[in-house]
Design a protein around this ligand. Structure first.
Ligand code: D9A
Length: 414
């Protein structure tokens, strides 16, 4: 959603201006590339090309963890680009995904036949492999291990969509849970976080599932129009024979009931996400982990009970995203943000929604877990102030205008 949408939310305009004019150095200090070897500098260019907003958060990570996460991110983006490329035939793609991790230790492997937008990470893969081989051995082991597991897992769901809710959890584990597990092992390996962070794979997996399920829910229309079906059949199968049927206007009621069921399922990862975040000790790692999670809960609130999900991609406002990005730096502010959006969901649970009981239960549990002194202040709290300012401005302009027209009238009549 463009910048203009934040105009009606002055505190988001403030956040955007602060972000624009460097008010977020604390959250994302600039890092100097001048001293870097050219291959490493090229990797950070790839990072910026593949995810502008997120690149800055990775660059803010401290010590040798920054390069490790940068390379991990690019390797995952390369694997993802192979998985997403519908022009690669399955009998070529399966061995490619299974053998992908072996190319990390080669010097000249590259793939020149991709038609995807991020194909440069495959065409210039030797640059990434060079920087991978320059990482500390413990980081190399983690990244290679995760790529092997993810490549294997991706082949299972290449030609089939998740059927049961367990399948959905398994698919999301392979493409996102393993990322959470891998990052957590990198955090502990850097000694900037306790070993428990890397060992508790259940919580780390939930960090991935909450993000991936949110993306799959939000991107329903974009995906189904490309015949990519990531919603579990156990959910949409109750309302039709084909997932695409949910996009029909006459099916909106059923579609929204299915949407609310999947959002309710995703909300069950919040207790794990909060426990995971509460264990982090390094500020740059906390920010890195918190930002995507608060964006996800805000996106789920925006999608909840919202028929617009079946007519286009529902997104949170840029200003709202920047405001959260700058505020999600402590456990209390993260709890306040989760509480804010969970409260908004609670206010909008339709009493006749099939998931009403389950939704109310997880929402109440989340509100209990996120009780904090300082609530997250968003637009609504400022409305009275904005309205009075707007009225004041209006009065001043009116005064000024009537003053001018009187002078004009006097001059013209004299
Ligand atoms: C992440 Cl190294 C992702 N994914 C994200 C981004 O956040 C997670 C891909 C590679 C890496 C990390 C992420 C961040 C911090 C801690 C994490 C974690 O775990 C402990 O992953 C679980 O979405 C992709 C997966 C969800 C598949 C894992 C955030 C990101 N956001 C995009 C916006 C978007 O909507 O995709 O990339 C962006 O900001 O451009």
């Amino acid at each position: 959603m463009g910048l203009l949408s934040s105009l009606a939310h002055p505190e988001e305009v403030v956040a955007l201006l602060k972000f624009k004019f460097g008010g977020c150095e604390t959250v994302m200090p600039k890092c100097d590339f001048s001293t870097m070897p050219p291959t490493r500098r090229r990797c950070y260019e790839f990072l910026k090309m593949t995810s502008r907003s997120f690149a800055a958060v990775i660059q803010a990570l401290e010590g040798d963890l920054r390069d490790a996460v940068c390379i991990f991110y690019l390797v995952l983006r390369a694997l993802d680009t192979v998985e997403d490329d519908m022009t690669i035939p399955i009998d070529v793609k399966v061995p490619m995904l299974k053998a992908f991790y072996t190319h990390l230790r080669e010097s000249d492997w590259r793939f020149m036949e991709s038609n995807e937008k991020d194909k440069m990470v495959l065409e210039e893969f030797p640059v990434i492999a060079t920087e991978f081989q320059a990482l500390a051995p413990i980081y190399q082991t983690v990244i290679s291990d995760i790529c092997q597991q993810m490549g294997e897992g991706m082949t299972i769901y290449l030609d089939q969509s998740p059927d049961s809710m367990d399948d959905w959890n398994e698919y999301c584990h392979y493409v996102a849970g393993l990322v959470g597990i891998g990052l957590s092992r990198l955090f502990s390996a850097s000694a900037m976080e306790d070993t428990v962070v890397g060992e508790d794979t259940r919580l780390a997996n939930s960090m991935g599932l909450f993000l991936q399920k949110t993306n799959i829910i939000r991107d329903f229309l974009e995906d189904v129009l490309q015949e990519r079906e990531f919603w579990p059949k156990e959910a949409w199968g109750k309302y039709g024979k084909k997932m695409l049927e949910l996009s029909r206007p006459e099916k909106r009621g059923d579609a929204v009931a299915c949407l609310n069921e999947l959002i309710t399922n995703a909300l069950h990862h919040i207790p794990d996400v909060l426990t995971y975040m509460s264990r982090l000790r390094n500020q740059s790692i906390f920010n890195f982990c918190a930002i995507p999670q608060v964006m996800a809960v805000a996106t789920l609130e925006r999608c909840y009970n919202n028929p617009a999900v079946f007519a286009g991609v529902v997104k949170i406002r840029k200003g709202e995203a920047v405001k959260m990005m700058m505020e999600a730096t402590t456990m209390d502010s993260v709890k306040a943000i989760f509480s804010h959006f969970t409260t908004h969901i609670k206010e909008r649970i339709p009493p006749n929604d099939p998931s009403v009981v389950t939704t109310r239960a997880i929402v109440d549990r989340t509100l209990t877990l996120t009780k904090v002194e300082q609530p997250y202040v968003s637009t609504s709290a400022y409305y009275p102030l904005y309205v009075s300012c707007a009225m004041l401005m209006g009065a001043i302009v009116w005064q000024y205008w009537t003053g001018i027209s009187n002078v004009v009238n006097n001059v013209s009549s004299s």
